[in-house]
Ligand binder design. Structure first.
Ligand code: ASP
Length: 418
């Protein structure tokens, strides 16, 4: 459980974040935002170091979790529980979003102003316009998850493909233990080393987070916030409601106070907030749930990488609110059936979104396309996307951590090693 050292570490990260935020805002409002370029590389280095650990850590930990689970049945049981949790909580998140956006109606009377697809960068615009409808999306996610070349998947850090490959060779290894022994030993060693490396990188977290906050705030400040304030408020209130729900679930399952859980998870949550990437946060989440919340190693190793890749409650909620906001802003009436399609596609788009900054904005086009809303609408919400990304990523990571707690508590004592 959480020791003094990790509490101190979390406090340092909190202080660094607030200090970065304040300094960034001062630079922004004194027109000195350009100076942030001198600290920005520290943030970039921090994110790159975290990303560096992802591939070896995900590959080795999923594989080791599989071989340590002992039987394909235990694996199936854990997988079913994890997927069940992802499905139910993502649906609840979207539900919160839909209720709030229909109550607050942030898009009615919103000014379309200068917003438009022209605001999208060329690269993003081409990604957005190449998206398709619901059926193609489902097929696309499944087909995309299968690696045709595992080495390429590892090289390109395609996390879902890496997970599929690790699961497949993990299953084969369960049936051929003797043959797999040298490979398992190597994977065990890679896993240990990756975790040790993660601890090293975590020591840099206060510096990295300080620099990232200065950079984001100095460049964007709270520009555009006022014209989109009702929309932002809807997303933020939705995220807050969902976080309270997740906190309740975690509290009940762990039999611990919400404050204890919040403190225990502060390092991954603050890292998620400042990096806007569930994938970059994964190594920290992985170490924290085991060390501070006592989640069993095998559960954390299997459930977290999967969760970071496909379980995005915050993104799903944000996508449903954004789609309806855009419809309202364009004065388009959405029938109940369209809202149900939004409910389904927002959940799917979140599964398909990569765990990197801004990914949710790109998969927005799946939701818009499915109900025939103009893709140009994405331009409307672009200005505040980075800020909302910070909050939704925090909720994504919180959902992953709570999922690990829930799955761990649902497994029989003898199903998983301690
Ligand atoms: N940045 C989010 C994440 O990494 C994905 C998104 O853009 O919603 O979890």
């Amino acid at each position: 459980m959480q020791d003094e050292a990790s509490k101190k570490e979390a406090r340092k990260i909190g202080v660094a974040m607030v200090a970065g935020l304040v300094i960034g805002l001062i630079l922004h409002f004194t027109q000195m935002g350009d100076y942030s370029k001198y600290v920005a590389p520290i943030g970039t280095i921090f994110i790159k170091l975290l990303k560096m650990v992802i591939v070896p850590l995900v590959f080795s930990s999923i594989y080791m979790a599989m071989t340590n689970l002992g039987t394909p049945e235990t694996l199936g049981s854990m997988g079913r529980k994890a997927l069940g949790y992802y499905f139910v909580t993502t649906a609840i998140a979207v539900f919160f979003g839909l209720i709030l956006v229909n109550l607050i109606n942030p898009g009615i009377g919103a000014e379309l102003g200068s917003a438009g697809l022209s605001q999208l960068s060329g690269d993003m615009a081409s990604k957005v316009s190449s998206q398709n409808g619901l059926f193609t999306t489902i097929l696309g996610v499944v087909v995309d998850a299968i690696p045709s070349n595992p080495a390429a998947a590892l090289a390109d850090a395609k996390v879902l493909q890496i997970i599929v490959f690790a699961i497949l060779i993990g299953i084969v290894s369960l049936y051929h233990r003797e043959k797999a022994k040298p490979f398992s030993d190597l994977m065990g060693s890679i896993e240990e080393i990756s975790l040790k490396l993660t601890h090293g990188v975590m020591r840099l977290a206060p510096f990295g987070i300080f620099a990232l906050m200065i950079d984001v705030m100095a460049r964007s400040g709270f520009n555009a916030v006022s014209s989109l304030s009702k929309y932002m408020l809807t997303v933020l209130v939705g995220l807050l409601c969902h976080s309270i729900f997740l906190m309740f679930v975690a509290s009940v399952r762990l039999k611990k106070s919400p404050l204890f859980i919040l403190k225990s998870l502060s390092a991954p949550l603050l890292t998620a907030f400042s990096t806007s990437s569930s994938a970059a946060t994964l190594p920290i989440t992985m170490a924290t749930v085991q060390e501070n919340l006592g989640v069993r190693e095998e559960t954390a190793k299997f459930v977290l990488p999967l969760g970071a890749t496909i379980n995005m409650d915050g993104t799903a909620l944000y996508e449903s609110v954004a789609a309806i906001f855009i419809a309202q802003a364009y004065g388009i009436e959405l029938s109940l059936s369209s809202q149900i399609i939004i409910f389904m596609t927002a959940s799917l788009a979140a599964i398909g979104a990569a765990a990197i900054p801004g990914a949710g904005l790109i998969t927005m086009s799946i939701v818009l396309g499915a109900v025939g809303l103009p893709l140009e609408g994405i331009g409307l919400i672009l200005a505040v996307d980075r800020i909302l990304d910070m909050f939704r990523t925090t909720v994504n990571v919180f959902g992953d951590a709570v999922g690990t707690i829930v799955v761990d508590s649902l497994l029989d004592k003898n199903e998983v090693k301690t």
